[in-house]
Every structure is written in C-alpha cells, then in structure tokens.
Design a protein around this ligand. Structure first.
Ligand SMILES: [Zn+2]
Length: 54
C-alpha cells in the first residue's frame, strides 16, 4: 500500500511511490521529494526526524 508522506526537510506532501529518494532512520523510512532534501536530512537527521510523518 502506498500512502502520503511528508518530506521533513521542505515540508512537501508527496506520494510514497513518487518519492525521489528515501532514507532509513530510527527504524522508519523517510521520504523525500528530491535527492537534495535527502542530502540535507542525512547531514542532520535529528533536526528533521520529528517532522517526518507516515
Ligand atoms: Zn523536499
């Protein structure tokens, strides 16, 4: 099942199936609208993880 996720870096709502990049953190998958957002997240995941939904 695919649902919606929030890119925690830029706050954009995206479909999980359309995510340009994903990252695993703290046992959950985080979805990003593009690779630049993933790179930002990977630099400082603790800053963004609370904003990740779904
Ligand atoms: Zn983004």
């Amino acid at each position: 099942m695919f649902g919606k996720a929030t890119d925690p870096v830029c706050g954009m709502k995206i479909s999980k199936k359309d995510a340009a990049a994903t990252s695993e953190y703290g046992g959950k998958t985080v979805y990003f609208c593009n690779r630049a957002c993933k790179e930002e997240f990977d630099k400082d995941p603790e800053r963004y993880i609370q904003r990740a939904k779904g």
